[in-house]
Design a protein around this ligand. Sequence first.
Ligand code: ZN
Length: 189
Amino acid sequence: MVLPIVKYGMPVLRQKGARVESVTPVIKKLIADMFETMHAHKGVGLAAQQVGLPVQVMVIDVRDVTDRPSSLEVGGKPAKVEEYMPLVLINPKVTAVGQPATGPEGCLSFPEIYADITRPEVVDVKALDREGNPLEFRCGGLLARAVQHETDHLHGILFIDRMDKKTKEDLRPELELLQAEAKALLKSG
Ligand code: ZN
């Protein structure tokens, strides 16, 4: 089921996600719905907060992006990114490995807003997979960027928090508009 995407200004986007203790049928259904929702909106990643649930679950699929490479290492060996897509990460822990890199980012909760964001280019990731089994890998490029962007969501952090002052200032009219829309939505219940 394609779920509505929660837009900037809605309080759930600022909520820290609860850790998932076990992959219940409810979590499995959430994951399936998140995949459908992400693909319907042509996103490369989606966090549970973006469909209204503050739990530490994200989905990622970078296969459709051909102009921005990703790298992946599993168990210290290079792995094929496509074979791990689409990817589910539960309770992820991300550790920076590489130097910072700056690249463009968008977010389904901020329609038509894009900005350059600086993040570590390579990260180590520890998480649970969709079955609740431990998963560890090192990734770089777009995949690393997506994992970090979605992990931020799971902690109530948004990409506007990582923009430089000038960029955020330039986007203020758009951000205020989104906030006003959220306020109206909240009022109407
Ligand atoms: Zn986002």
